[in-house]
Design a protein around this ligand. Structure first.
Ligand SMILES: NC(=O)c1ccc[n+]([C@@H]2O[C@H](COP(=O)([O-])OP(=O)(O)OC[C@H]3O[C@@H](n4cnc5c(N)ncnc54)[C@H](O)[C@@H]3O)[C@@H](O)[C@H]2O)c1
Length: 391
């Protein structure tokens, strides 16, 4: 393995030095490519035209992304006569709602998008999840191209086909599986992303190392500063290795009946914290997942599965990057109570017969799915974690 080339990247490139990296998501008739590199947005219209048969395209984006990145995409589509229209939504998690979904579907229909048309989701995970859900519903399903603009969306949410909205009962409890036909991960778009959002996305990349690729986690420990300095090779390596990790799992378990659950490392705890914080700027999704990952590691240690040094190594790395690792790190005086967190954890889609499904760890890169931890053990663990936060 050459320095700067994490395990899993070899063989990803498509040829000449300037070409984007290409990761194939092998899903039979729903297979698609994820192209990764700088400057893809300017070529997006041509790439879509060449690969997907010149469809009429509606762009869905949010106000922040539109301000920075909408023009080149609109210009490219207009030049080819393929721009059906643009829908700019409010930025933020609140947009993943039934109300926004209904209005979006109606606007896509009003635009005259036909069955052969295509929705381009230009944005982070919020836009990707919402526009993906709308694309899966309008005219019983039209094609979708993801152009992820946050690190979280590039390494995770734009790949794998999960779509969704939030409800008062919990996060992403209403949604579909609708694979994109193409994903264009333009790493240059990350230049305008606030560093807090970059950190939140970095967690999901670290997750792939922690759940199944210890060498990648080692690479992150060595190279995270280059990633945060927007060094193109480091960013492309990080995105491509993460996407390869996700693509391999999704290809084996598209609808999450088994192995794909591993991708939820840190998310059962994280989603509960996020719901408790009201899906607000107080705690971003990735920040909640960072705390959730540390909790999964700590619980695994308490259960005798894992040594303390591994817990310390992971926690130290996330802390060095500037991420929260404990409930105590959540800003504000109010702290959650174990019973309400547990209640929210039971809304998790992986709950079976009232029993929590947890992703636990035997070592860095060795996560597994467990249904063996009883609720009382989790509640006692949470009570101790919250107690530590209040002292
Ligand atoms: N479908 C999946 O498999 C999956 C996986 C993980 C997370 N998710 C979902 O993703 C969502 C979180 O996604 P996110 O973190 O990308 O949040 P987001 O979409 O809300 O984006 C974060 C913020 O960054 C802004 N932004 C986006 N790109 C920008 C850019 N290039 N420059 C400047 N600002 C930019 C957005 O306007 C927003 O304010 C959650 O709803 C989560 O449930 C889905």
């Amino acid at each position: 393995m050459s320095p700067g080339s994490p395990r899993g990247l070899e063989g990803v490139g498509s040829g000449s030095p300037g070409d984007p990296l290409a990761v194939h998501v092998a899903l039979g008739e729903r297979a698609y490519d994820v192209l990764i590199g700088p400057g893809l947005l300017g070529q997006a219209a041509e790439l879509i035209n060449a690969r997907l048969g010149a469809p009429n395209c509606a762009i869905v984006t949010d106000a922040n992304v539109a301000r920075h990145h909408l023009r080149p995409l609109e210009r490219g589509l207009a030049a080819l006569g393929r721009h059906a229209g643009t829908i700019v939504l409010a930025a933020g998690e609140e947009t993943k709602s039934f109300a926004a979904l209904a209005s979006l579907c109606e606007r896509l229909l009003t635009m005259g998008l036909e069955r052969g048309g295509l929705v381009i989701a230009l944005g982070g995970g919020v836009i990707g999840d919402l526009a993906g859900l709308a694309a899966s519903l309008v005219r019983r399903g039209i094609r979708l191209v993801q152009v992820p603009t946050t690190l979280l969306a590039q390494v995770d949410s734009s790949v794998g086909g999960k779509t969704g909205i939030n409800t008062p009962q919990g996060k992403n409890l209403v949604g579909t599986f609708h694979q994109p036909s193409l994903v264009l991960a333009d790493i240059s778009l990350l230049a305008t992303l606030p560093v807090r959002e970059l950190r939140a996305g970095y967690v999901e990349a670290a997750k792939y190392g922690l759940l199944g690729d210890a060498a990648f986690f080692g690479w992150l420990e060595q190279n995270w500063q280059a990633v945060f300095a927007h060094q193109p090779q480091a960013l492309a390596n990080l995105v491509a290795t993460s996407v390869r990790g996700k693509a391999a799992i999704v290809a084996r378990d598209e609808t999450e009946t088994g192995e794909r659950m591993l991708l939820n490392l840190g998310h059962t705890f994280g989603h509960a914290l996020e719901a408790w914080a009201g899906y607000s700027q107080r705690l971003l999704h990735g920040e909640a997942v960072a705390i959730g990952i540390c909790q999964a590691f700590r619980l695994s240690q308490e259960l005798g599965l894992l040594d303390a040094a591994s817990v310390e190594r992971v926690t130290a790395h996330l802390r060095a990057v500037g991420l929260p690792t404990r409930i105590a790190d959540i800003p504000g005086d109010a702290k959650p109570d174990a019973a309400s967190l547990l209640k929210m954890m039971h809304q998790d889609k992986k709950v079976r017969d009232g029993r929590l499904t947890l992703i636990l760890i035997r070592g860095i890169g060795q996560a597994f799915v467990s249904r063996d931890v009883v609720t009382q053990t989790v509640e006692a663990f949470l009570t101790r974690q919250i107690g530590a936060a209040c002292t």
